[in-house]
Design a protein. Structure first.
Length: 229
């Protein structure tokens, strides 16, 4: 089987598994069945069992990664439709975005150094809390490895989405805006998707915080590289 045909089969399998997983999740609303959790596990098993290399898998599936950019930009539409919320809370949102970005970067790097992880992993972990298109752009001046960055971003998003509701319950956080801001800042795209399930206000705030955090991370990446590496 030539590489092009194999890549096309992998692309079809990815789309098919994701579509089937979404239908399954709608019927059985359980965390292990979430498309962002179950589909990657099944795809990894498919690659391992089928002895398919990562290069062959990404040959045609890289278009799915490219679509992350337009998908992220699309979050701006509901944000524009709810500008009144932003005008009322711009100061708290700005302070939250700055604080969340600084805490995410410093805690990731310092913990990585505490466990004596390699420098490449430290640099890749620094951008784990922003959505993939922004993380990949910010990783360049930091010297992060794109494949590691993508992995850390996905793991961060899924984990944050999985434990977010429990943390809000434990901390007695009930305000919709606070939940949206927390999901958007800590678990970017996955958290934003969860926020839209909670309600429109949560989704709008999560979308805004996710985009602002990503933009801020890209802008300060050279400064982070100079100060921490």
């Amino acid at each position: 089987m030539n590489n092009l045909l194999l890549s096309l089969i992998c692309l079809a399998m990815t789309l098919g598994l994701y579509y089937a997983n979404k239908r399954l999740y709608r019927r059985f609303h359980k965390l292990p069945l979430m498309p962002l959790v179950l589909t990657p596990v099944l795809l990894v098993l498919m690659l391992v069992v089928g002895h398919i290399s990562y290069q062959n898998y990404m040959g045609e599936s890289h278009w799915l990664l490219w679509l992350l950019g337009p998908a992220t930009v699309a979050f701006a539409v509901p944000v524009y439709d709810n500008l009144s919320i932003i005008r009322r809370h711009w100061m708290s949102l700005s302070a939250g975005v700055i604080t969340a970005t600084v805490v995410a970067v410093t805690s990731s790097v310092w913990l990585a150094r505490l466990f004596m992880l390699p420098d490449e992993i430290q640099r890749s972990l620094a951008v784990r809390s922003v959505t993939t298109p922004f993380a990949l752009a910010a990783a360049r001046p930091l010297g992060g490895q794109p494949n590691l960055v993508a992995l850390f971003v996905v793991v961060t998003g899924v984990f944050g989405m999985a434990v977010g509701d429990m943390l809000f319950l434990r901390l007695s956080i009930q305000a919709g805006m606070a939940k949206g801001a927390g999901f958007g800042a800590a678990s970017h795209g996955a958290g934003t998707a969860r926020s839209w399930e909670l309600g429109p206000q949560e989704g709008v705030i999560a979308s805004l915080v996710m985009m602002l955090s990503g933009i801020l991370m890209v802008l300060i990446a050279p400064l982070v590289a100079w100060m921490m590496f």
